[in-house]
Structures are given as C-alpha cells and as structure tokens.
Design a protein around this ligand. Structure first.
Ligand code: PMP
Length: 290
C-alpha cells in the first residue's frame, strides 16, 4: 500500500507541506513510549458527487478527549481542523479517503508531562468496499487491556500493540480477524472495530467500560432506533455470542461487516435474511448522503 508519493500534501502544525519532506523528531516521547493519540476518519463521495467527511465533528472531538485524557496538551480547534482536513483532501484530489490525524509529543525521554504537542493530518485513497464477504473470526488469546491500566476510551497509540498482536495471531491461524474478550472473559471488541450480535431479531452489543465505544457503534445504535430494531447493551459471554443467529463488526474503516463464524461455530441464518444486514445497508446509504 502506497500511502503517499512525492506530491502528497499533509497538514503539519498549521501548514500544508509535502509528506515526503516532513520531519518528525526521533526523540519524541510518542515514538519511544507509544504516547500519542490519533483518529481514523472516512470521507466519501456523496450521491451528489461531493466529498464529505463522515462524522467529522465527532472524530475531532474524540481526538481532543483522547489527548486530554492522557495529559497531552491540546490547543487545536475542531472547526479549524475540519477545514484543514477538507483542504488536505482537495489538495490531494481525494474523494473516498481514509484520514489520519495524529497528536504527538516533543522530544522527551522522561515520563514528565509536556508543555506542547504537535499535530499532523494525513489522507490516502480508500479502496472501494469489497462486497459482502463474511468474516471468519477467532477468539483471541489476548484480552483487551484492563481499564485500570489505560484510558480505554482514548484512541491512544500504545493501546494498539494489543490490537496488532491479536490481529496477527488470528491471521497466522488462518482466520480473517480476532475477537478480544475483556479481563472478565466477557465479549469486548475487535482489534479495530466494535461487536454486535443478533438473536431472534434482537441486536446485542457490549456496554462501554472495556472497549473503545466507537462512533460507528453510536451510528448503528441510532439506526436501530430509526429502523425499530430492538437493541440491548450489556455484558455478554462467548457462549451467548456462539448461540447467536448472526454477528458483525462495525468501525470507521470496517463499516458494517458480517461474520460467517466464530471459532468453529458457523452462524445459522443467511446474512441477507438478518436484521444485521438491514443495518449494513442503512449504513452504506447513510455515509453517502449529502
Ligand atoms: N474499537 C477499536 C479498538 C478501534 O480501534 C476502533 C476504530 N477506531 C473501533 C472500536 C471503532 O471505532 P469507530 O467506529 O469510532 O471507528
């Protein structure tokens, strides 16, 4: 995957600069300790052919919450960042794109707090959604971090070592993706997506506390309300998931993607006949609305 080329423009500390010519301090506390925060955002070409950043406000507000919750100074303004992101998309001629803002720390080898932070916004082309292939998911041997060891609601870089390990383990065993349980062995989430499952027409999703309760999860909850699909938010174990009719992951990058199986258990109902598939279609329609 080529994320950039010699012409790619990024936004870095208030300026639009060439990605290939940008420097980052190798003594940054962020690089050494995984002490930075980031976002994953999508823009879509809408049905009118315009480029629209989906849930821009929500993502940049979460970036601020993530930074503040780990004590990274945050002096950026959400509306200015949204404006800068549209300019990055325009300057790189991008419509369907993935957008990656990162807030990082200065050179600092100690664990002491910083008096400043830096920000860049990158964007690259997002390949079109590849049909409806269902995921074969494996219960990971890795758990989600104990919420008393990290700020689990923050999108902090260091948390993603856990995600990378879980995802690599699942793929090395021939699965498409991992499911992580929490420290109490309850179903939590994927390495980069939230979990829903369906039983007898009712959707279930793990409550906040041990997960990054995502922006797509919130959108799916809204869609359930709009479509009159009953939803329960609570604490569920793996046996409840394995007894489900269907399941899916949702996230900004993953959108809504159905599962074929969890471990050796194949979900019994044809995906197209589920309430979950209705949510998938409604989400697909929503992101390209003007
Ligand atoms: N959980 C984790 C661990 C994630 O990294 C993501 C992706 N940001 C999600 C859930 C889904 O969040 P969102 O819908 O806000 O992209």
């Amino acid at each position: 995957m080529n994320y950039y080329n010699a012409d790619t423009i990024i936004y870095h500390n208030g300026e639009f600069v060439k990605a290939a010519e940008t420097k980052m301090d190798l003594y940054s506390q962020s690089l050494h300790y995984g002490y930075s925060v980031f976002e994953g955002i999508r823009s879509y070409k809408t049905i009118d052919g315009e480029t629209k950043i989906f849930k821009a406000q929500e993502h940049f507000e979460r970036l601020k919450i993530s930074a503040e919750s780990i004590n990274l100074p945050y002096t950026f303004n959400t509306n200015e960042l949204i404006e800068a992101t549209y300019k990055v998309l325009q300057q790189n001629n991008l419509g369907d794109a993935y957008i990656r803002p990162v807030v990082y720390a200065p050179a600092n080898m100690s664990f002491a707090p910083n008096t400043e932070s830096f920000l860049f916004i990158q964007a690259w082309e997002m390949a079109p959604f590849l049909g409806d292939k269902l995921l074969r998911v494996m219960t990971s041997s890795y758990q989600r971090p104990n919420p008393k060891s990290v700020k689990i609601h923050a999108k902090a870089a260091g948390h993603y070592v856990n995600s990378i390990l879980a995802s690599q383990e699942a793929k090395s065993k021939g699965y498409d993706e991992a499911l992580l349980l929490d420290m109490n062995e309850h179903t939590a989430e994927g390495p980069g997506a939230n979990l829903f499952f369906e039983k007898d027409g009712i959707l279930y999703t793990p409550e906040a506390g041990h997960i990054l309760a995502g922006i797509t999860r919130a959108t799916v909850i809204e869609l359930c309300n709009q479509l009159n699909i009953p939803l329960q938010i609570g604490v569920y174990n793996i046996d409840q998931l394995k007894a489900a009719d269907a399941a899916f992951y949702c996230g900004t990058a993953a959108e809504v993607i159905g599962w074929e199986s969890i471990d050796d258990t194949v979900f019994p109902i044809n995906w197209k006949d589920t309430q979950s598939a209705k949510i998938q279609q409604a989400y697909k329609n929503l992101v390209v609305e003007n």
